[in-house]
Design a protein around this ligand. Structure first.
Ligand code: AMP
Ligand code: GLY
Length: 437
C-alpha cells in the first residue's frame, strides 16, 4: 500500500512512525513533513490546504490511501473532493468536520442529542446587547468562544463582566477573529480536570483509543498562556473505567448516532475534549482529527496495524477488535523555543538527537524542525515531542525516561515544562500503598 500523510508536526511524525511499522506499507510520503518525518517518509512540497495539488499528487503517484493530520483541509472539504474523485482518504467530510469547524453548530448538535456540555447560547453580530445580558446571567468566570477555526486562540475565559464585554465587542464588532468571530458562543465555566478521548470510526463501528491528558499552559502548574500543548500522557487515570464507559455511552455513541441521523455520518477520528466534572464527563469541544500532542502518546499504545485500521475506516469496514491496545503508559514532553507561544527565534541547531534510542523506549517526534545540509535546525514554536513508551504500568518510570531523554537533547533557547504527568500521579496510589505483586 502506498500512503500519503498530510501535515508537518509531531502528530504527523507519529502517524508516519506508526505506519512504518506496518508490513503493508510500501511507499510512504508526507506533505510537507519536517526533518524528522523526512527520515521515514518521502517529503512532498505541497501545503496541506492545496487540495487540488494533493489530489493530483495522489493520482500521479498511485497512492492507495491518504491520511489527513490537521483540521483546516478537513473543514475545507478535502475528503469530499477526494471521495468524489474515487480516492481513498481517512477523515470526516466537510459537513461532519463542522463539529470542529463551527462551535455554534457543535453546541446546537450536542443540545439536540442530549450530550452533556456546558450551558450555552450563540450570538451573531447584531446581538451584542443580548450577548452581554446572557454573559451576566451565567455568572463568572464566563467563557466566550469565536465560532470558527482560530488556531487555538478563539477561547477566552473571562474573569470579569468588563472582560467579557471587551471580548464580545472585539469578536462581534471589531472582527478581531475575522469570519471565525462573526458568531460567538457564550458558555458556563466548567470545573474539573480535562481529558481527551479519541474514537476511530467508519461512521457505524468505532474503537476508542487510550484516554490522554494534554498540558495546554506554557508554565508548570498549569499557569501562563495557552499553547498548542506542552506535553501529554496516556492513559489518563482521571478517566477511570467507569468514567470511560460514561463517555462512550453519553458522548461517543450519541455523537455518532446523531451525525448519522443528520445524514452526515462521521468517519475518521472523533476527538472528544472533555471536562471530568463532579457530575461526570462534559464535552468542552470536539475536534475532527487526532490531537497534538495526544497522538504522540495514544498511537504507540495501538498494538494492531495502523495502515490496515486506517484503510478499513476509509472503506467503511472497521473491525473494532483490530484496534487492540497495549496495557502500558506513554509520556511526551514537548521541547519548545523560548518565547513560545509568543515570538521566538528559529534556526537553532539541535544536538544530541542521536543519543535518544528506541531500544531504551524513547522516540523523538519532530514538531518544528528542518534540515540544513546535515544539520537539523529548529523551525517552530513547538520543536520536539520527546516521548517515552514505557511498556510497564509505572507512570513514574515512564515520566523519568522521558525526562532522561530530554536531558540528552540541547538547542539554544530550549524550554520545556518539568511537571508533565504529575497530575496523573495524584490519582494513582503511592508506591508504598500498592499491594505487592
Ligand atoms: P480550545 O482552544 O478550544 O482548545 O479551548 C482552550 C481551553 O479553554 C480548553 O482546553 C479548556 O481548558 C478551556 N475551556 C474551554 N471551554 C471551557 C469551559 N466551558 N469551562 C472551562 N474551561 C474551558
Ligand atoms: N492538544 C489539543 C489539540 O490537538 O487540539
Amino acid at each position: 500500500m502506498n500512503v500519503l500523510v498530510i501535515g508537518s508536526g509531531a502528530r504527523e511524525h507519529t502517524i508516519v512512525w506508526k505506519l512504518r511499522q506496518s508490513p503493508q506499507v510500501r511507499a510512504l510520503y508526507c506533505a510537507p513533513g519536517n526533518a524528522g518525518i523526512g527520515k521515514m517518509a518521502t517529503p512532498v512540497s505541497l501545503k496541506p490546504n492545496d487540495i487540488a495539488g494533493l489530489a493530483r499528487f495522489v493520482r500521479e503517484n498511485s497512492i492507495d490511501l491518504t491520511v489527513v493530520g490537521p483540521e483546516q483541509p478537513l473543514v475545507d472539504g478535502i475528503v469530499d473532493q477526494f471521495e468524489a474523485a474515487g480516492l481513498a482518504i481517512v477523515g470526516p467530510t466537510k459537513a461532519a468536520a463542522m463539529l470542529e469547524g463551527s462551535k455554534a453548530f457543535a453546541k446546537e448538535f450536542m443540545a439536540s442529542c442530549n450530550i452533556p456540555t456546558a450551558r450555552f447560547r450563540s450570538f451573531g453580530a447584531g446581538e451584542l446587547d443580548e450577548a452581554e445580558r446572557y454573559a451576566r446571567q451565567l455568572g463568572l468566570p464566563v467563557v466566550v468562544k469565536a465560532d470558527g477555526l482560530a488556531a487555538g486562540k478563539g477561547v477566552v475565559i473571562c474573569e470579569s463582566f468588563d472582560a467579557a464585554v471587551i471580548t464580545l465587542r472585539d469578536m462581534l464588532q471589531n472582527k478581531s477573529f475575522g469570519r471565525a468571530g462573526e458568531q460567538v458562543v457564550i458558555e458556563e465555566y466548567l470545573v474539573g480536570e480535562e481529558a481527551s478521548v479519541f474514537a476511530l470510526t467508519d461512521g457505524d463501528r468505532y474503537a476508542l483509543l487510550a484516554s490522554a491528558q494534554d498540558h495546554k499552559r506554557i508554565l508548570d502548574g498549569d499557569r501562563g498562556k495557552n499553547t498548542g500543548g506542552m506535553g501529554a500522557y496516556a492513559p489518563a487515570p482521571v478517566v477511570t473505567s467507569e468514567i470511560l464507559k460514561r463517555i462512550e455511552e453519553e458522548v461517543v455513541l450519541p455523537t455518532l448516532r446523531g451525525m448519522k441521523e443528520r445524514g452526515t455520518p462521521y468517519r475518521g477520528c472523533l476527538y472528544c475534549g472533555l471536562m471530568i466534572t463532579a457530575d461526570g464527563p462534559k464535552v468542552i469541544e470536539y475536534n475532527c482529527r487526532l490531537g497534538d500532542p495526544e497522538t504522540q502518546v495514544v498511537l504507540p499504545l495501538i498494538e494492531g496495524d495502523l495502515a490496515e485500521i486506517f484503510m478499513s475506516i476509509a472503506e467503511g469496514r472497521l473491525d473494532p477488535a483490530a484496534v487492540r491496545l497495549h496495557d502500558a503508559t506513554v509520556v511526551c514532553v514537548v521541547m519548545a523555543s523560548r518565547g513560545y507561544p509568543d515570538d521566538y527565534q528559529t534556526g537553532k541547531a539541535i544536538h544530541g538527537l542521536e543519543n535518544v534510542k528506541q531500544e531504551d523506549g524513547c522516540v523523538v517526534f519532530h514538531a518544528g524542525t528542518r534540515m540544513d545540509g546535515d544539520q537539523i535546525l529548529t523551525s517552530g514554536g513547538r520543536v520536539l515531542g520527546v516521548t517515552a513508551i514505557g511498556y510497564s504500568h509505572e507512570l513514574q518510570k515512564t515520566i523519568d525516561a522521558a525526562y532522561r531523554a530530554v536531558g540528552l537533547i540541547t538547542f539554544d533557547g530550549a524550554y520545556y515544562r518539568s511537571d508533565i504527568g504529575q497530575k496523573a500521579l495524584q490519582h494513582l496510589p503511592k508506591p508504598e500503598q500498592r499491594s505487592p505483586k
